[in-house]
Design a protein around this ligand. Sequence first.
Ligand code: DSN
Length: 424
Amino acid sequence: MLQDAVLQASDLTRPLDAVDPEVEGLVAAELRRQSQRIGLIASENLMSRAVLAARAGGLAGKYAEGLPGARYCGGCEYVDALEEIARQRLRGLFGAEYANVQPYSGTQANMAAYQALCAPGDTVLAMDLAHGGHVTHGSAVNFSGRLYRFVHYTLDRDSERLDMDEVAALARRLRPRLIVAGACAYPRLLDFAAFGAVARDVGALLLVDMAHIAGLVAVGLHPSPVPHADVVTLTTHKTLRGPRGGAILCRAGLARSIDRAVYPGVQGGPDVGAIAAKAVALREAAEPSFAAYQRQVVANAAALAEALAQRGFRLVSGGTDTHLLLVDLRVHGLSGRQAERALEDVGVVVNKNLIPFDPHPPMRPSGIRLGTPLVTCRGMAELEMVEIADVIAEVLRAAARGRSAAAHLAERVRDLTQRFPLPV
Ligand code: DSN
């Protein structure tokens, strides 16, 4: 018996390469890929060493169903303290009345918000997926579109911006239970005060999904939804630069409904390691250097947009106010998928994306989406954005002529990644 126990304990302390060289090799390859490519996927970012340390500290095995001070299992004294710190920091950073840091992801955060605010079958107004909305905002293939009666607002065809008069007219006609504001591919500022006014006017609740822009909101580079919304959901791993996960802010009067919707409504025990890492990321987000980082993210997006426009590319809505931009490739005769592949061949990683009023389906859309959170972490600034725009333009012009990009473009990407290594 004793012998077995000793053997079992040592089983748990073997290094990854000894236990599973196949997985170890793939993890190493992925980290190498990240360091050797220019990552321009707008939702991706990097965790700091401190956030990673909290994330990897072995806390994930702890069960802690419930909330600080009211758990369903013992041994939670330190977990309570960690979660309390994370909740306080989240509330403080955004000036909210109440926070729940347990959602595993933005999807779970939205799922809990709908559950707290709506009944199945209720009418919900949200942004169309093809116009920048998210799949959890009522897509037919998502739980949201199956459980609730979503109706979608779209962008103005000419300006490719939200027309709040149109949103208001639709809301007056439909009288929805809930209005959702927030996007994952809209490059302009969202007018949350106007959304709040529309919601009040029609007696609807307002949910803002600020997953993409949370980091910008934290430092005042995007107007905050908190004063105007009943509930705000977010992810912690996009511009907020924390661990993968979600969170919810709400008015104090909704706290109990939100808590109950998260657990036991849509989740089991929280991921305690993720909560510890969220706490660290939220502390970093309150430091002056985080505001400087976000300013550079936005400046880089503007520089990239301008340099691409100068090279003949059409940007949806003519530019960007945020961390992301959308490029319409139709005049170049390229699909987003072709562009994504051609760019990946030289080491520039982007995602194909629908553009407003896209005549093509999601797997063959007419645009690409570019974002600057990750390259900004590497220390790249406006000059490098011009260099990247130059590479993108050459690659896409070659692809439009049916040719693959010349080797010197991959060499330029390699040079950039070597001059600006990943900082962790
Ligand atoms: N899929 C994420 C994005 O890329 O925006 C959102 O969930």
